[in-house]
Design a protein around this ligand. Sequence first.
Ligand code: SF4
Length: 697
Amino acid sequence: TNDTKDFDEEVESVCPYCGVGCQLSFKVKDGKIKYVDGINGPANENRLCVKGRFGFDYIAHPHRLTKPLIRRDDAPAKGLNVDPANIHTHFREATWDEALDAAANGMKGRGREIAGFGSAKCSNEEAYLFQKIIRQGFGHNNVDHCTRLCHASSVAALLENVGSGAVTATFNEIENADVAIVIGANPTENHPVAATYFKQFTKRGGKLIVMDPRGQGLKRHASHMLQFKPGADVSMLNAIMHVIVDEGLYDQQYIEAFTENWPAMKAHLADFPPEKMAEICGIDADTLRDVARTFAGAKAAMIFWGMGVSQHIHGTDNSRCLISLALMTGQVGRPGTGLHPLRGQNNVQGASDAGLIPMFLPDYKDVTDDGVRSAFTDVWKSGDFSNQKGLTVVEIMHAIHDGDIKGMYILGENPAMSDPDVQHARDALAMLDHLVVQDIFLTETANYADVILPSSAWPEKTGTVTNTNRQVQMGRPAVPPPGDAKEDWWIEVELAKRLGLDWDYTHPSQIFAEMKLNMGSLDNITWERLEQTAVTYPSLSPEDPGQPIVFGDGFPRPEGRARFTPANVIPPDEVPDAEYPHVLITGRQLEHWHTGSMTRRASVLDAVEPEANCSLHPRTLRDLGVKAGDYVRLTTRRGSITIMARADRAVAEGNVFVPFAYVEAAANILTNPSLDPYGKIPEFKFSAVRIEAAEAV
Ligand code: SF4
C-alpha cells in the first residue's frame, strides 16, 4: 500500500510496542490511520516488524473507552466479570469533573493507604508526573511499574557494578563487533528489528553465541547454540569465566585500569571448572571452553540479554555474571563492545529514568538521600516525602492482602494479567476500597475499578520516549483520542489539582523542562531539539547527537572503577518433583505484546495468533498421549489452566512454554511469585508444573 500515496497527512512518530523504538510514519486519511511506514530512525533505518507495520487498528477498536466511568452502586461484586459489550451493568458514564472528583476524593489525604502503578507505555513526561503525584500527593514511594517484571534485576546489577542502569552501547554497535552473545532473549520474536541487525552481523562473518533453554529464530544464524538447562545460567557463565581465568585469556591491563574486586572474583571462579558444571547446566565442557575462547579472543564483543536472564530469583546474579564476563575481557567502552539488556516495552527505559520506581527518583537518585529529596521538593515547591524505599509491584499486592494498602491509582498497567500468581493479584484488586484505572480499554485490571478514566493511545498523544538504546525520541499525535478520552498527562494534571497539588502544566514540553532541572542525563537535550531529531543520552553539547557508547574512560562509580561481584549458584525457588515434574517457562510471542490488551484487538495480529497456546517438544506430547492441536492441562502450586498444545522442537523435553497474553488461559495463574532479593523481580522463567492431557474448553 505504500506506493499509493493515498493519504491526507503523514505524521512521524515512534512505534508503541517494543523497546527497539522504531521510528515510523502514520499515513492518515479521513481522520484514521490508513497504514504505517518505517522511516529512518537511529534504531531502525526504515525497518518495521509485523507489530509496528500492521498493529495499529486497535486504536479504533469498538472496545475503546470513550467516556469516564464510575462503578454503579448496584454493580455485581468485583471480579473478572465485566463484559466489554455490556459495561453498563457495572459502570455508569460520568462527566470528567464527576469522575475526576470521585477519583480524587477516594484517595485524598490517605497517604500510605494509596499506592500507584504507572506505565512504560506512556511518555517520559507522563511517567514523571505519575511518580510525582504519588510522592508529592501521598508522601511516600509506593510507586512502581512493569520494569519490576522485566529488567529490574538487570538494572540492580548494572547500577551496582557499572554505576548506571542503562545500556553501555546501542544494539546497532553490533556492526562493529566480531563476537556477540545473546542470552535469555528471543529477538526475532520480541525485538524483531534489532534481530535484523544481529542477522546482518553474522552475514558479514560475526560469531553469534546464542544461549537459551529454548531454541529460537537466531539459532540458525549462530556459531554456537547453547541450549542450557533452565535456571543454570550462573553455573554456565561461571564455567565460561573459569576457562578465561584458567587459560589466562583475561585483559589484565583493562582489569587493572578500570575495575575493582578482581582477586575475589578470580578466587571465586576456581570452584567452577567446566567439567564440574557441564552436568548442571547441560552443556559439555568442550563447548564451554570453546565459547570462552571465542568470546575472550574477540577484538570487539557485545553481550545482549533479555528476560530469560532477569526473571529468576537469581536474576541479579545472572546479570552480575554477564557484567563480569565483559569486564574481565575488556569488552566495554569501545566500538563494537558493551552490555545491552534489551528493554521490553517502548518506554520502560524512559519510565525508569523518570523515577517510576520505588527506590529511585528521576535519574536513579536515591530516595533515602536527604539532599536528593530536597533537590526535588525545591523544584516541586512542596514539603518533604518519605525517605523510605517504597514497595514494589508484587510487594504492593501482598500489602493489600495485609490491609496496609487500601486504594490504588493504576495507569496503563494490567496487574490482573501480568503479576505472578495472578489470582492472588486479582483477589488483592478486589479487596481495594478505591481503585482508579486510567487506560484505553477495559483491561482485566479495569474490571476491578471504582473509577475508570479513558485515556489516549500512543498514536493520539504528544510526548517523548526513550528506547533501549538511550535514544530519546518524539511521539506525535496522528489522530485525536476517541470520544471524551484525554491524553494521560492532562488527566494526571487534573487529578493532581483535585488532590490539592499546585500543578499548572498546559503542555508536555513544560513537564520535560521541569524534568531537566534534576536529570543530568537530559543535559543538552531540549524539547526543541527532539522536535527535529532523536538524541541519545548522554549528549555532551547542544550539537552532539549523543553518545552511543559510554564508559570508555571509566565508570560512574568510586574511582571510576567497575566492580566484579561474584555470584554463587542458587537453585530455582521450586524444583520439579513427583507431583510437578515438568518446567514451565513463560514469555511473549511475535504477534502478541505483553498482556495482549492492544495486540489482541489488532485485527491482523489477532488473526495470525487468535488462540491461547503452549509449546511442547514432540516427544513430550507423545509421552502424554497428546497430538499437536489437542489440549493439555497445566497445573502448578498456584492453579491450573487448560490450553491448546503445539509441537515445538525448540522447547526442551519436559519443558512447556506458555505466552502470557491470553486471558482465557492466563499463564500467570501458574507462575511463582518468589522474588529476586535485589531486583525484586518474580521467577517467571521457572515454575514446577504438571502437564496432563485434557479435553478442549
Ligand atoms: Fe515496533 Fe519493536 Fe517491531 Fe520496531 S521492532 S516495529 S519498535 S515492535
